[in-house]
Design a protein around this ligand. Structure first.
Ligand SMILES: [Ca+2]
Ligand SMILES: [Ca+2]
Length: 330
């Protein structure tokens, strides 16, 4: 009897593991869903730009409300706190959100993407990428284990436990969290200085002509077509959990940087920088007044008027030091 029970238990564990690979819907045990009202958020996107996709990429001449592109909402709807106001991306549409201060890689989840799903199963998905420089983007390793034999219809259903590292996994007002630790290290990405998040609608068609693929080569199957002005991923907001202000960025090199003299006249000395660094000086209005790339040593500030300035040193896309300096030129 005990043996049988053990077998039963073992089988149950195996079945559970096979059928529930990833976190379940909001409210269920083990869910990673985070409410828009959670106190974990320290910031939200400060700007957003949108490149809309078709309302139906397989019929690019088809128009809804006089346009072949998604038209619901506007880019501003993705700025600030999640509020249920969304911008629709359309098939393959793209949103780029900007963060200041930048997102950083703190403990566990670092930022959260909000969509407007009405329930736990009508899910519209998007790939998520991040960038430190606005040029080189790195995609979270998305996984979609949804079957790929049958197209999920326009109002079809998806099982959240088959989805990972894709935005849109949870019903509103819950968001899908992302952990920068899930990205492989790359010299072109500073995980403690993520200024941009890119959201890319997955399209969702299983027709190879229009399909997109997850990190394992699976077609991502999601509701398609959705030939309306609100086609594709409906982006509400991106909330920040960890940024450069609330996260201790350990970098022992900082302590070796020495900036002197301060106050300074004519020549500012910077010592302790081991690699080529970008040095920027801003006036108190935030305008960039001097920029140079150097390996430490001397910065000529003789052209600047006397006053208070902010000195910012960056190397390898990481801000090494921000210091107030006083310039006293005659
Ligand atoms: Ca993290
Ligand atoms: Ca919104």
């Amino acid at each position: 009897m005990k043996l049988r029970f053990g077998l039963f238990l073992g089988l149950l564990i195996i079945i559970t593991q096979v059928s529930a690979q990833f976190a379940p819907p909001a409210g269920q045990e083990g869910s990673s869903a985070i409410s828009a009202d959670s106190s974990c958020f320290v910031a939200w996107a400060i700007s957003c730009s949108i490149e809309r996709g078709y309302v139906n990429i397989s019929e690019p001449k088809f128009e809804y409300s006089g346009t072949p592109f998604a038209s619901y909402g506007s880019a501003e709807d993705a700025v600030g706190k999640a509020d249920g106001q969304v911008v629709s991306l359309g098939d393959g549409g793209v949103a780029i959100l900007e963060f200041d201060p930048p997102i950083a890689n703190g403990d566990s989840w670092d930022f959260v993407v909000f969509e407007n799903a009405l329930n736990d199963v009508f899910l519209e998905l998007a790939f998520v990428e991040v960038s430190s420089d606005g040029v080189n983007y790195f995609r979270f390793p998305a996984v979609s284990l949804t079957q790929t034999e049958e197209q999920i219809a326009g109002f079809g259903e998806i099982d959240a436990t088959k989805i990972n590292n894709l935005a849109g996994k949870y019903r509103a007002p819950y968001g899908t969290p992302f952990d920068l630790d899930d990205l492989e290290d790359n010299p072109l990405l500073d995980k403690n200085n993520v200024k941009f998040v890119k959201i890319i609608d997955v399209v969702g068609s299983i027709d190879p002509q229009f399909a997109t693929y997850d990190s394992q080569g699976n077609i991502v199957n999601d509701p398609f077509p959705t030939p309306f002005h609100s086609s594709g991923f409906d982006l509400d907001a991106v909330g920040v959990i960890n940024n450069s202000l609330n996260t201790n960025i350990s970098d022992d090199r900082i302590s070796y940087i020495n900036i002197y003299p301060n106050p300074v006249s004519n020549i500012l000395n910077i010592s302790g920088l081991s690699s080529v660094s970008n040095v920027q000086i801003f006036n108190i209005l935030g305008d960039l007044v001097l920029e140079t790339n150097s390996i430490g040593n001397n910065i000529d500030v003789s052209t600047l008027l006397s006053g208070v300035y902010i000195l910012k040193i960056t190397s390898n896309f990481r801000v090494r030091q921000v210091t107030k300096i006083i310039i006293e030129n005659n």
